[in-house]
Design a protein. Structure first.
Length: 230
């Protein structure tokens, strides 16, 4: 799991020690559009895999892999210090893993893949004065994640008879930290981290009947971006 964004934020902050300030206000009514690379890094856990024929299969679990896409976020400054932000992105494409089936005579590890979109609405509080060239901030909000384009690997289909993958959509809370650094009259460098509560119930048909597992994805989302202030 990649944790490079925390050092990146520290490096960016350190570089500002010798930074020549640009006076660009974050003021009420301003709109900030940021575009950059966003990585979803799940801190995943799951219940054991349960099948209709066997019941719970001890020491099994389902996992979700990292993915990086183009990230977008839009901030509207309600006051000089409070903003409302929407996070969006191109669809994240995650590989799905299953572990522990080898003890039951199956070799499948790569289960399949799914795409997801995690739009997140946050309220932000910016520290410092409205004219500060460096403005760290914190925030909290709500996330909705929808899953689509759900597919199995050829091995899962052949060995497990897997088909009909279903992943429930998720609502959850989110928290975030970030920092804006003014580069010029309108351009901003940004580093951000979100912690998002994403949970889903996964199920599919198999040779052993319907299979179920509850999966807590709970990712950290890292984003390094360039912003423009209108």
């Amino acid at each position: 799991m990649n944790r490079l964004a925390f050092p990146a934020i520290a490096v960016i902050t350190a570089l500002t020690t010798n930074f020549s300030p640009v006076v660009l206000a974050h003021e009420a009514g301003d709109i900030i559009l940021r575009v950059g690379a966003a990585q979803v890094a799940p801190d995943d856990s799951s219940s054991v895999v349960n099948t209709a024929t066997t019941g719970p299969l001890a020491a099994t679990s389902v996992g979700v892999e990292d993915n990086t896409q183009l990230g977008l976020n839009l901030v509207w400054m309600w006051t000089d210090s409070i903003g409302l932000e929407v996070l969006a992105a191109t669809p994240f494409d995650h590989d799905l893993k299953v572990s522990g089936l080898d003890q039951y005579g199956f070799n499948t590890v790569d289960l399949g893949s799914t795409k997801q979109l995690p739009p997140t609405l946050s309220a932000l509080y910016f520290f410092g004065s409205s004219s500060s060239p460096i403005r760290p901030y914190i925030g909290a909000g709500i996330n909705y994640t929808t899953f689509f384009s759900k597919d199995f690997t050829a091995k899962a289909e052949a060995e497990l008879g897997a088909n009909g993958l279903d992943l429930d959509d998720s609502w959850g809370l989110s928290g975030r930290v970030g920092i804006d650094i003014d580069l010029s009259d309108n351009w901003i460098l940004n580093a951000s981290v979100w912690a998002i509560d994403i949970d889903t119930d996964a199920s599919f048909n198999s040779a052993l009947g319907r299979v179920n597992a509850a999966v807590d994805i709970d990712p950290l989302v890292y984003m390094i971006s360039l912003g423009f202030q209108f």
